[in-house]
Design a protein around this ligand. Structure first.
Ligand code: GRG
Length: 295
C-alpha cells in the first residue's frame, strides 16, 4: 500500500473512533444533538486525531486512553468550523460538499451545536481518566487542549483574523493568525500524543515546534492552492482572495517565495521529527502529503 492509500485507510479508521464517542441523538434537545452529529459525520480528513495517534505511536504508546482525546480534538475542530461558517463570520453555505450547519439547522441551532461540541469535547477527553494509570498525564493533556483551543490559541487567531477582515494585514499579524488559528490545534494534537506516549519536556518542545512548522506550511500551501485553482478557473491571474482584498501569504510574498517557504518550513518540521526518538515512517510521509497536497 502506498502512503496516500494508507492516509485514506487511516482516515476511515480514525473516523470510526471519533464517531464512537458521539452522544446519541435523542431527548428534548435532539435538534442540537442532530446538528452536532451531522457536522462531525460530514467528513474531512481527520487530520488532527490522526496526527495525535501517530505521534503517540512514535513515542511507543499502545493504550486506549488516546482515543477520547482523538474524538475530543475532532469535536473542537468541527465546532470551530460550524462557527466559522456562520453568517456573522464567513457566511458559507457549503462545507465538505454539504450544506453548512446553519443552513440545515438554522443560525440559532448552529451556534448551540458549536457550543455543544466544544464543551462535549471536554466531557469526552475526561473519559480518558478512567482508562489510564497516569491520570496526571491526562489532566496535563486536558490543559493543553483547552489552552491551544482558547484565547491563547485558535480563538485568539480567529479574533485577529476577523478584526482585520477587508483591511491590509502586515506580515507579523498574518504570521500570528496562521500560527494560532491553524497551528495551535495541530500543536495540541501532536503534543497530546507525545505526553500520553511518555515524552519528556525537551521532546515536548520539539513536538510543539514540529507541529507549528507543519501548521504554517499547511496554511501557506492552502493559500497557494487557492491562488492556483482560482487562476485556473478564471484562466487568468485573478483569484478570489485578490477580489475580496484578502491578505494571504501569497498576496504578501508572491507565489514563488511562498512555494520556497513551504519547502523550507516542511524540511524544518521533518528535521524536528528526526531529532525525536522512535521511528514512524508514516508520520513523516503524512507531513509530506499534507504540505504537498493538491487539495
Ligand atoms: C467554537 C472552538 C470554537 C471556535 C470559534 C470560528 C473560530 C473560533 C475559529 C475558526 C478557526 C478556523 C476556521 C480555522 C481553520 C482551520 C483549518 C485549516 C481548517 C481546515 O482544516 P482541514 O483541512 O479540514 O483539516 P477537514 O475538512 O479535512 O477537517
Amino acid at each position: 500500500m502506498n502512503y496516500k492509500d494508507m492516509f485514506s485507510a487511516r482516515t476511515e479508521e480514525v473516523r470510526l473512533v471519533v464517531e464512537s464517542y458521539l452522544p446519541p441523538v435523542e431527548g428534548h434537545q435532539s435538534t442540537v444533538l442532530a446538528a452536532m452529529d451531522y457536522s462531525v459525520r460530514a467528513g474531512g480528513k481527520r487530520l488532527r486525531p490522526m496526527l495525535m495517534e501517530e505521534t503517540y505511536r512514535l513515542f511507543g504508546g499502545q493504550g486506549k486512553e488516546i482515543e477520547p482525546f482523538m474524538a475530543a480534538i475532532e469535536m473542537i475542530h468541527t465546532s470551530s468550523l460550524i462557527h466559522d461558517d456562520l453568517p456573522c463570520m464567513d457566511n458559507d453555505t457549503l462545507r465538505r460538499g454539504l450544506p453548512t450547519a446553519w443552513v440545515k439547522f438554522g443560525y440559532d441551532m448552529a451556534v448551540l451545536a458549536g457550543d455543544g461540541l466544544l464543551i462535549y469535547s471536554m466531557e469526552t477527553a475526561a473519559k480518558a481518566l478512567s482508562m489510564t494509570d497516569r491520570p496526571d498525564l491526562v489532566a496535563r493533556c486536558m490543559g493543553i487542549l483547552a489552552e491551544k483551543t482558547g484565547i491563547f490559541g485558535m480563538i485568539g487567531g480567529q479574533t485577529v483574523d476577523v478584526e482585520l477582515a477587508g483591511k491590509p494585514v502586515p506580515r507579523e499579524k498574518l504570521d500570528f493568525i496562521y500560527r494560532l488559528k491553524t497551528g495551535a490545534l495541530l500543536e495540541a494534537a501532536m503534543m497530546i500524543g507525545a505526553v500520553l506516549g511518555g515524552g519528556d519536556e525537551k521532546q515536548l518542545k520539539l513536538v510543539e515546534k514540529m507541529a507549528s512548522c507543519l501548521g504554517l506550511a499547511f496554511q501557506i500551501q492552502d493559500d497557494i492552492l487557492d491562488m492556483t485553482s482560482s487562476a485556473e478557473v478564471l484562466g487568468k491571474h485573478v483569484h478570489s482572495d485578490e477580489k475580496n482584498h484578502k491578505t494571504t501569504y501569497v498576496t504578501l510574498e508572491g507565489i514563488e517565495k511562498a512555494k520556497q517557504d513551504v519547502e523550507r518550513i516542511s524540511v524544518e518540521a521533518i528535521s524536528c521529527l528526526h531529532e525525536l526518538p522512535g521511528q514512524n515512517e508514516f508520520l513523516e510521509a503524512l507531513i509530506r502529503i499534507l504540505v504537498n497536497r493538491e487539495k
